[in-house]
Design a protein around this ligand. Structure first.
Ligand code: ZN
Length: 503
């Protein structure tokens, strides 16, 4: 009979093999987003579907289940946050979820996701919601089936958000979002009165692609992204993916008339990449070496994009470099540029939204997708409901579906339950950054010198190195000493509004 140590070693080996399969699928996923010819989607769907099936089979096989049971009965895992306890507990969680999902549903979700995404790309290009609606209908139907298999839960959405933000619920999200909403709508309203002072128009002009790419890469390197362990490409929808312990891929898209999209997009994706590159390599392929939740992932991207990248001291260092690269900015003052990158104005597109209005885009999507999953909203009524909420929260009516309900990839890829993680990320980021400032003192003088290492080291020690040792809310409590709250984000946005707008 095998000893506990032998069983644990066998568990780690099994997990690492399953990861090899999963990260092989990730390579195909990266290729699909960046390189795939349009007519190749169906075959790629079959490939990804097969790999999803193989991963699922390994997760639900008796071998893994038996190893987990024998370890549960043994004293080996030890303290609740030991490596072994974390790996056993988190694997149990994934296996339990996987066992509740029939293989046929796993395959169908993977296949439909690829076909629906490509239908979405076409529909978005033609701004034709009706062309996409049948695929979305099919996907929402599959997500409802998935929720039913994973449940019962208080709200069917709980089973779906749990995939991205383990332990989070529709009610838990709604509670934090509600405390954010009133003050945020009020703040955005006050800024909107004076936002012409934000000089957002400075960001529109002549920004050649090659210069944007080089400048964004320079900033990415400065904050610590390691291009020997990662790379950057272009895609329709910017993303960051992880293909192995030393292979983190980020992507962006360029608009030669507009500075913001690519630059802040790259800072954002680099923030995700820094988290991936900071996970403990020795634990790669096991829960101790994996990110803990998408909300925590997003906190890292938001922290670098907004709390660092839109900070005055950041531009103290980068503004002269910007002026060298883009002659059109030579006539601009650093002060006006700082205001421009902090320009707040309601817009149609979530990924182009400023850090204040962004959360209202997320609230809208969270409310719509919970209604789609509960059955309170039908796919055919979705565009109308979207436009109504845009009007109510941001005072705008999208001129077409491409700038409205068709703008995001998430629903086509089956990512229902994902949107709230963006605003949770903003909330976590604010709370982490406030604590980092408290611990590290004057971060601004190091940022102004182009030195971002003290902050990165703090994030590595407190967040990245922890893997899945703690869930998101527990991690926030341990790192900051306080439960999750909307107060730090609201304080950050209010201070920024005062500095940039005097309101
Ligand atoms: Zn992100």
């Amino acid at each position: 009979m095998a000893t506990s140590e032998q069983n644990y070693d066998a568990l780690v080996l099994e997990l690492k093999e399953i990861s090899l399969l999963a990260y092989t699928a990730a390579v195909l996923g990266w290729d699909e987003q960046t390189q795939l010819p349009r007519n190749a989607a169906n075959y790629r769907g079959d490939q990804l579907s097969l790999l999803a099936k193989l991963v699922h089979e390994r997760l639900v096989a008796p071998k893994l289940g038996d190893l987990l049971s024998s370890l549960k009965a043994s004293p080996l895992p030890g303290a609740a946050d030991s490596d072994a306890a974390v790996n056993v507990r988190q694997t149990r969680r994934v296996v339990d979820r996987a066992r509740k999902m029939p293989s046929s549903l796993v395959q169908e979700l993977a296949r439909v996701a690829v076909v629906a995404q490509h239908a979405w790309v076409e529909a978005r290009k033609n701004s034709d919601f009706a062309a996409f609606a049948p695929m979305l209908e099919q996907m929402i139907g599959l997500k409802k089936q998935q929720a039913a298999c994973l449940g019962p839960t208080a709200h069917p959405y709980d089973a779906l958000i749990d995939e991205y933000e383990p332990g989070e619920t529709a009610a838990g999200v709604a509670e934090v979002f509600v405390s954010l909403r009133g003050p945020l709508v009020d703040l955005v309203g006050r800024i909107a009165q004076v936002s012409h002072k934000g000089k957002g128009a400075l960001l529109t002009g002549d920004f050649p692609r090659a210069g944007q790419e080089a400048f964004a890469r320079e900033a990415s390197v400065a904050i610590g992204f390691d291009f020997d362990r990662g790379r950057m490409d272009t895609s329709t929808h910017p993303f960051c993916t992880h293909l192995g312990p030393s292979d983190t891929r980020i992507s962006t898209r360029y608009d030669e008339r507009h500075f913001n999209d690519a630059f802040f997009g790259v800072l954002h994706e680099s923030g995700h990449g820094l988290y991936q590159q900071g996970l403990p390599v020795e634990h790669f392929g096991t829960p101790c070496g994996e990110y803990t939740s998408m909300g925590i992932h997003e906190s890292q991207s938001r922290l670098w994009e907004n709390f660092v990248g839109r900070r005055r001291s950041f531009w103290r260092h980068f503004f002269p470099k910007l002026q060298q690269r883009f002659p059109a900015t030579k006539a601009v003052s650093e002060d006006d540029w700082y205001r421009a990158v902090n320009h707040v104005a309601p817009g149609f597109i979530r990924v182009e939204a400023d850090e204040a209005t962004y959360n209202l885009h997320v609230l809208l999507r969270f409310e719509l997708e919970t209604a789609l999953i509960s059955g309170d909203l039908s796919v055919s009524d979705l565009p109308g409901a979207w436009n109504e909420k845009m009007k109510a929260y941001l005072g705008l009516t999208p001129p077409d579906a491409a700038r409205g309900v068709l703008q995001d990839i998430h629903w086509s890829s089956g990512g229902v339950g994902y949107f709230p993680t963006y605003t949770l990320g903003n909330l976590y980021a604010a709370q982490f950054f406030a604590k980092a400032q408290e611990d590290l003192g004057d971060l601004d003088s190091s940022f102004a010198r182009g030195d971002f290492k003290p902050l990165l080291d703090w994030l590595r020690a407190n967040i990245h190195s922890k893997g899945q040792r703690y869930g998101a809310r527990e991690l926030v409590r341990r790192v900051t000493g306080k439960p999750l709250s909307a107060a730090p984000l609201l304080a950050h946005l209010a201070l920024k509004a005062k500095e940039a707008y005097g309101v």
